[in-house]
Ligand binder design. Structure first.
Ligand SMILES: [Fe+2]
Length: 145
């Protein structure tokens, strides 16, 4: 990731901060987390953008009718950063273990159950999540050893 490595690491560590009950306001954690980082922590705007849009958040935002707010307040960062963060999120279990994107998606479906807004959003996002993972894995393979 070159000069973006630290930015990606920060975003990866902070991406789910919006789940904290201390800062949740809308109940949609990408937006709550990004707003907190922007308004309280005055974080780098690129970190806020990455947190806001992590792992195809715009799809769940549409399901929650929060997509206009999300897009108006936070820009989409470049595709390499976005897919790298998606890869990090979707190849790590909630306990921090390494997994595959397919197993992670199944874990989310099992945790939320059919009909849940998260399950529905991840179902819509699945092709994008798999494509992001494949793209990053290809880049990793193509790196000089
Ligand atoms: Fe998340």
């Amino acid at each position: 990731m070159g000069e973006n490595a630290e930015l990606l690491q920060c975003a990866a560590l902070l991406h789910d901060i919006g789940y904290s009950p201390l800062i949740a306001s809308t109940g949609f954690h990408p937006l709550d987390g990004a707003r907190y980082l922007r308004d309280v922590e005055h974080a780098d705007p690129r970190i806020c953008n990455l947190v806001a849009h992590h792992t195809c958040a715009i799809i769940e935002a549409e399901e929650r009718s929060l997509d206009r707010e999300l897009s108006a307040e936070f820009q989409l960062e470049g595709p390499a950063l976005v897919e790298a963060l998606t890869y990090c999120d979707t190849t790590t279990t909630p306990d921090g273990e390494v997994t595959t994107v397919e197993e992670r998606i199944n874990e989310i479906f099992g945790r939320y159950g059919p009909g849940d807004i998260v399950t529905r959003s991840i179902q819509r996002a699945t092709p994008h999540l798999i494509a992001a993972s494949q793209s990053v894995l290809k880049k990793l393979e193509d790196q000089p050893k």
